[in-house]
Design a protein. Structure first.
Length: 411
């Protein structure tokens, strides 16, 4: 294939500087932090989409608020790049990283015909991986039939479909995102079925005594919760509806014939079955990573094990724990900014953020690093409130969960 000189890069091909891969919240936070310290250093931002700035956590609340994707955009990528004096390479994919030469190879996605695809190689002094994580689609959830709401573009497409009127939506996965979307869709007037391998929502994070209250609250709203089931297949019927086959979840089962399959007919299926980090670029760069938890970084500097390469956001992990919450991004970005600019800094101190479920049906807050298994102890238990502490091997509190019934609002 021939390389065309019309690739949408000018001085960026020759000028080194800071290159950021990914224009989500993490990538833009890094730009903000760098520009607060240095107005002139060269910054190139590479993204597979148009680079628009938006607050991704809003995606799980926006349907009931009747917000279009365009309503969530705070600034277009082009406008934000101009304001920050950044070279934006939108609709561009990074295909390779040569850490020894400190270069990245690119393909422009502006032209669909591969014969006319544009290629380029650009250099960097410092490289920041802010490429995020991608939804996991089990084999039973074909991507051409199943939605996800991890990106504003897909959210916008789903929102358009749902605008036609009340519909039946099945959500596979009752973690925080799945549970939040379920309530949002219900508030928007849709029928919702929430399916999870576990007996209650948030069961991978919290103990059964806590999750039982969440399940009760979810069901009291009118959400059909199918706990302890796994989806085995999704197919489209002749009438355009989706047929969801599901069965009781039995780990390490050997005899599938003995399973009792049931079917559900819905209009849409949303996957909320976790995230994974694409290993192609980290592997090319020699960066240590795990598909589930992300790129391994040194906590005080957010450097990877490869010289001059940093990571931040959903693609990053610290001490084996994925960092997929928005609250720490500003502090992380500030650390990267200081480090790449060669400024003295005290180092990033990682503190797990408060985790707050956005559902109105029940108040759920957790601090520390909660996990379902462990020595959970009840400190308060009433009809309206449950507080539990997770104790480590030294009987120290490593996590706390507080669950409260929502206040009753009189008419």
């Amino acid at each position: 294939m021939s390389k065309e000189a019309t690739f949408p890069i000018t001085t960026a091909t020759d000028a080194k500087g800071i290159v950021i891969i990914g224009a989500g919240l993490a990538g833009w936070h890094v730009i903000d932090a760098i520009r607060a310290k240095d107005k002139d250093v060269s910054i190139t931002l590479i993204t597979t989409d148009n680079g628009d700035r938006y607050h991704k956590p809003m995606l799980t609340m926006a349907i009931s608020q009747n917000k279009q994707a365009s309503d969530l955009v705070r600034a277009t990528g082009a406008d934000a790049a101009e304001a920050a004096q950044v070279t934006l390479l939108a609709n561009t994919q990074v295909t390779d990283i040569d850490a020894a030469a400190q270069t990245v190879q690119l393909i422009s996605a502006l032209r669909s015909d591969p014969v006319y695809t544009n290629y380029a190689t650009i250099s960097y002094d410092k490289l920041v991986l802010a490429m995020g994580a991608h939804p996991i689609f089990p084999k039973s959830l074909p991507q051409d039939l199943v939605w996800h709401v991890n990106h504003i573009e897909r959210f916008g497409q789903l929102q358009e479909k749902l605008a036609a009127g009340s519909q039946h939506v099945a959500i596979v996965g009752a973690g925080m995102v799945g549970t939040e979307i379920a309530e949002d869709l219900l508030k928007a007037g849709h029928e919702v079925t929430l399916i999870d391998l576990n007996d209650a929502p948030l069961s991978q994070m919290l103990p059964p005594k806590a999750t039982a209250r969440i399940a009760k609250a979810v069901q009291s709203q009118g959400i059909n919760f199918l706990g302890g089931y796994q989806v085995s297949d999704v197919i489209r019927n002749d009438d355009g509806k989706l047929q969801v086959s599901y069965e009781p979840f039995t780990p390490n089962r050997e005899d599938t014939d003995a399973q009792s399959f049931e079917m559900l007919i819905v209009d849409h299926v949303i996957a909320s079955t976790g995230l994974t980090v694409d290993g192609k670029l980290p592997t090319a760069a020699g960066v240590e990573f795990n598909h589930r938890t992300g790129i391994v970084v040194d906590a005080p500097t957010l450097r990877t094990n490869t010289n001059n390469i940093y990571a931040i956001g959903d693609c990053m992990s610290i001490n084996g724990v994925a960092c997929r919450y928005v609250a720490p991004l500003r502090a992380q970005a500030a650390t990267i900014a200081d480090d790449v600019l060669g400024l003295e800094h005290s180092g990033y101190e990682h503190k797990p953020p408060m985790i707050r479920l956005k559902n109105k049906a029940i108040s759920v807050m957790a601090t520390g690093v909660p996990q379902a298994n462990g020595n959970w102890q009840v400190t308060t238990e009433t009809e309206d409130e449950l507080i539990m502490n997770l104790l480590n091997d030294n009987n120290e509190v490593s996590a706390t969960v507080t669950i409260k019934a929502p206040p009753i609002i009189s008419a």
